[in-house]
Design a protein around this ligand. Structure first.
Ligand code: ADP
Length: 266
């Protein structure tokens, strides 16, 4: 289970660059700097890490963080079995031992005490203390820590502390520019270019409601969802309503104005 091959990214993931992020990431990896990917949900952060892991030939271990996550969920714990107790490494420990890229998605969701365990891994020490086991794991030379977070909708209480932020280099992601976004949608679903462009036009109209009834813009992920419905014969208007409007809001007025925009575009 804990071998490198298990976590390898075998096939090249499709990734459409938005700027110089590939070269910059390669430099960050060569310097073994921890990396933070900032940006709204569904704009390509996870896909970028998968692509970089593939390009660098490193295994990738991804963890979706949540508010119930404890330090033990990351580093490991003793488990009871028929023969007594046995230690089981958590995903962060496995990554540190194997020399994988460890991607902690939506890190800000995790509790502060959980976050503290990553600190010794992100400075010159590159160590992971397993307090319960009484072991200090020296990170493999190829290990790298990557975190993502969405500064947009988090309240101040949920912001990362400076003592955590200032351990990372950072990339700012955003929804791709219209022609790139249409290209992504075509590549992911093979729908007609003209339809992809209309979906992007609608998403951009919806994004203008951010802060005016919407907490978050319509993500690239949702455009891809709509396109995959269209590819299966659903009408573009139904696909937009189902994949790009209903999931993001319960506000009747916002739904109404988005539905009107759909009628105007399609
Ligand atoms: P995030 O991690 O930012 O929440 P993802 O990386 O999961 O978002 O992206 C959501 C989806 O959007 C992907 O599954 C992919 O279909 C598409 N996507 C967004 N940006 C890109 C990109 N630059 N290249 C390829 N696909 C992309």
């Amino acid at each position: 289970m804990n071998d490198v091959a298990h976590f390898a990214v075998c096939r090249e993931p499709f990734y459409q660059p938005q700027g110089k992020e590939i070269e910059l990431y390669e430099a960050a990896y060569a310097a073994r700097l921890p990396v933070m990917l900032k940006g709204p949900t569904g704009c390509g952060k996870s896909r970028f890490v998968e692509y970089m892991a593939w390009k660098l030939g490193r295994p990738l271990i991804s963890v979706a963080c949540n508010e119930d996550m404890t330090a033990a969920d990351l580093v490991g714990r003793y488990l009871l079995d028929a023969n007594g107790t046995r230690w089981q490494d958590g995903p962060l420990t496995v990554a540190a031992r194997l020399g994988a890229i460890c991607y902690l998605d939506e890190i800000v969701e995790a509790r502060q005490d959980t976050l503290v365990v990553i600190h010794p891994l992100t400075d010159h020490r590159r160590m992971l203390p397993l307090d319960k086991k009484g072991e200090q794991v020296a990170a493999h030379p190829d290990f790298q820590l990557v975190i993502s977070y969405n500064p947009g909708y988090q309240s101040l209480v949920k912001d990362l502390k400076q003592s955590t932020k200032q351990r990372f280099s950072a990339f700012q992601f955003d929804y791709p520019e219209a022609s790139l976004e249409a290209r992504i949608v075509c590549a992911e679903t093979s729908i007609a270019q003209a339809t992809a462009e209309q979906l992007v036009t609608f998403a951009q109209a919806g994004r203008r409601l951010k802060g005016h009834g919407l907490d978050e813009g319509i993500s690239t992920r949702l455009i891809v969802y709509a396109a995959s419905l269209i590819a299966r014969g659903v009408s573009p208007a139904d696909a937009c309503r189902m994949a790009m409007v209903r999931p993001i809001t319960d506000d009747a007025d916002v739904i109404d104005s988005l539905d009107h925009a759909i009628t105007a575009i399609f």
